[in-house]
Structures are given as structure tokens and as C-alpha cells.
Design a protein around this ligand. Structure first.
Ligand SMILES: Nc1ncnc2c1ncn2[C@@H]1O[C@H](COP(=O)(O)OP(=O)(O)OP(=O)(O)O)[C@@H](O)[C@H]1O
Length: 370
């Protein structure tokens, strides 16, 4: 049951939940304006402290930003020990759902789709935000409210439920948790899966127009935040929303921080970000810059064009190995009639070396416009 009130806000409905908490539609009783209210998950005392710090960071980062493609944050507070963040309410969809041609045909339903607000939930978008692989070996839900391997297995994009459980077992039995990706031993790469059914639907002109337009707007948002010395660090389809006027908003800067204290790892040593969209340098805990966000953008573009991610594995360990060591299948082999220029952009964005990628969001914008 959602709370009835949070601080000065009356809760109207649940919009969705993510790794860090739940987002509600709420009414500001002072102004009568509707907002989106993100309430961080409760847990032990350490979760509260950490979550509060995450929220404060998200707020500080966002408060000074003003761009049509970046979500506006109004205020942060604490309610019954739980931190919350009030932000602009976006009447729209996450990028994945906005571009979804036929959700059930392209994605195997996951347990999360049982929830009535599944269309707004975003757990299908990724494997969940994650902690450093060498910590918290025993719990499904990590102490900062993010998820470990079981969440990873559950959210694997193209596995059936039996495979999910297999993945859980595998990961537990062979010690996948607690593995440092920098020391991960090589394994054989599984063969690329055949392209998804109805892949031709992905190329419908109207959908491609929407995809390109959304990508251009994301580039504008990224150019803006990178210009302010910020790296998003957790760019993924659930952190991009598109409103009814097709205006894109970049969300969730909880993981962003100024490049000055950059290391890709939080002060308490946790790796932040979401596996599937993480650049190699982020997996390795190396310093990040805007090019790491461009890598994530490339994964998103590849996935939305082909119906599957460039690297697809049952366990984080295997995914890291693929991301660090193998080349993704050519996008146009998965989608024969995909747009060749967009496919080239996607492949260049997901190059392993940051120097081999586009160097700025402005460059990506230009390439997408060609
Ligand atoms: N400002 C907003 N306006 C409208 N809906 C929103 C807003 N912010 C979030 N939502 C909805 O709530 C969902 C959950 O958001 P939330 O930021 O908690 O999770 P997430 O981005 O999916 O995951 P994570 O927190 O792990 O990055 C979003 O996917 C979206 O559907």
C-alpha cells in the first residue's frame, strides 16, 4: 500500500519502481500542482543513510540544471526516515515502451509484468542497478536497495523462465558473485541468438522516425550535462522518458557526480550503474567521462534497432567477459533491413576503447542527422 501522504504531498498513485525505490504521482498541497515523487526504499539503518546520501547527491546535481530534455527536480526531503525527491511529472512512457512495437512478441514476459502498472515499470529494461561484484554475497536485495544476481537472472531479456532459474543456480554454484571483473577468466562465447520474431516491425518508418528523433534529443541532453562536467553513469531506457508531445527527458542523475571526484566507484567502494549498459571502463572501475554515457547510448540504440542487446548473457560474469573481450554481432545481421547509418553509429558508440568512439554527444547528433 502506498503511503497517503509524503511530506507536503498527497500520494495519488504509484507510477513505477526501480532499484532505488518507488515513484508516485502526487499532489503538492501548497500549490495544487502534480509532481512525480521518488521515495527511496526502506531497509536497515545503513540503507537509509546511503539512500539519503544518494538522494541528496541527485538533488544537488539536478537543482542547478535547466534544459528541456533534462527532468526538472523541485525539492528533496525526508518522510518517516525515508528520503524523497519531488520532480517534474512526465506524462508519457519510458523510451522502451514508447518504441515498443509489440511488447509480448519481442520480449518474453517477466515476473514483473504481473504487476498492474507493468507498462510503467522498468525492471524489464535492465538487470537492475548493481553493487560491486565483490560485495554482499548472500542477499538478493543489496543493502543499498539495489539487486544482485537473482535480479539479473530474472531480468535477462531473452531467456525463458527455466533459463532464469538455471542462471541463478549457475551463478551461485560457480561463485559468480564476488568475482572481480578485472580478474574474470575467459569463457567461450555463446552463439548469437537468431533475430527476434517480427523484427521487420522494428523498421517501420514511423517507429524509426520516433527512434531517431528521441536519440537526437538524448544527444542534446547529454551534450548539456557533459558540458556541465557531469556524467550520467546509468543511462538506460528506463531513465529516458518521452512525453505526449514527444519531448524526451533524461532522468535519474542519482549516479552522476562531478568529474572532479570521478572514479566510477562511490566513496564507499560500490560500483554503480546497470550492467547491460555499462561501458568496459565502468566495469573495470576506471575513470569515466562523457564517452561512457555514449557507450550506454550505443547499447540502447543497438537494442532498440535489433530487438536484443549487443551482449546477452545469463550471468554478470559472462556479460562482463563479453563486454570486455568479444565483439557484438553485426546489428544488420540481426536486422537485415535496419538503417545502415544508424547501425554504424551504434557500433561506433559501443567500441571498447573510449578513444575509438564518438568523442562528444554533439558528434553523435551530427552522425545521426546525416
Ligand atoms: N518524473 C517522472 N514522471 C513520471 N513517471 C516517472 C517519473 N520518474 C519515474 N517515473 C516512472 O517510475 C518508474 C520508476 O522510476 P525509478 O527512477 O524509480 O526507477 P528506474 O529508473 O526504473 O530504476 P533505477 O532507480 O534502478 O535506475 C520509471 O520507469 C517511470 O515509469
Amino acid at each position: 500500500m502506498p503511503p497517503k501522504a509524503i511530506g507536503p504531498y498527497r500520494v495519488l498513485e504509484t507510477l513505477g519502481s526501480g532499484g532505488a525505490g518507488t515513484v508516485y504521482r502526487a499532489l503538492d498541497r501548497r500549490s495544487n500542482d502534480e509532481v512525480a515523487l521518488k521515495l527511496l526504499s526502506t531497509g536497515g539503518p545503513s540503507l537509509d543513510d546511503r539512500a539519503a546520501r544518494r538522494l541528496a547527491r541527485e538533488f544537488e546535481t539536478l537543482a542547478d540544471l535547466a534544459h528541456p530534455n533534462v527532468v526538472k527536480v523541485f525539492e528533496a526531503g525526508v518522510h518517516a526516515g525515508q528520503p524523497y525527491l519531488a520532480m517534474e511529472l512526465i506524462e508519457g512512457l519510458t523510451l522502451r515502451h514508447y518504441l515498443d512495437v509489440s511488447f509480448n512478441d519481442l520480449h518474453t514476459p517477466t515476473p514483473s509484468s504481473r504487476f498492474p502498472h507493468a507498462i510503467r515499470r522498468t525492471a524489464d529494461d535492465d538487470f537492475g542497478s548493481v553493487d560491486s561484484p565483490d560485495e554482499d554475497e548472500d542477499d538478493d536485495v543489496e543493502d543499498d536497495g539495489t539487486f544482485d544476481l537473482n535480479a539479473f537472472a530474472e531480468e535477462a531479456p531473452s531467456e525463458d523462465l527455466a533459463s532464469f532459474h538455471g542462471a541463478e543456480d549457475d551463478s551461485d554454484s560457480d561463485g559468480m558473485r564476488g568475482v572481480d571483473p578485472r580478474r574474470a577468466p575467459p569463457r567461450a562465447q555463446p552463439p548469437a541468438r537468431p533475430s527476434t520474431p517480427k523484427v521487420a516491425d522494428l523498421n517501420r518508418p514511423e517507429r524509426m522516425g520516433k527512434l531517431k528523433d528521441a536519440m537526437l534529443q538524448v544527444c542534446e541532453a547529454l551534450a548539456y550535462i557533459h558540458g556541465h562536467g557531469l556524467v550520467h553513469r546509468d543511462l538506460k531506457p528506463s531513465n529516458i522518458m518521452v512525453d505526449d508531445d514527444r519531448q524526451v527527458r533524461l532522468m535519474d542523475f542519482g549516479l552522476a557526480k562531478f568529474l572532479a571526484d570521478d572514479a566510477g566507484i562511490t566513496a564507499d567502494g560500490k560500483l554503480v550503474g546497470t550492467y547491460r549498459y555499462m561501458a568496459p571502463e565502468q566495469i573495470l572501475g576506471e575513470p569515466l567521462d562523457g564517452r561512457s554515457d555514449l557507450y550506454s547510448l550505443g547499447v540502447i540504440l543497438y537494442e532498440l534497432m535489433s530487438g536484443r542487446p549487443p551482449f546477452d548473457a545469463k550471468t554478470p560474469h559472462e556479460l562482463w567477459r563479453q563486454v570486455l573481450e568479444t565483439e557484438p554481432p553485426p546489428l544488420l545481421a540481426l536486422n537485415l533491413h535496419g538503417d545502415p547509418q544508424l547501425a554504424r553509429v551504434a557500433h561506433r558508440l559501443i567500441r571498447k576503447e573510449p578513444d575509438d568512439r564518438f568523442q562528444t554527444a554533439e558528434e553523435v547528433y551530427e552522425a545521426l542527422s546525416e
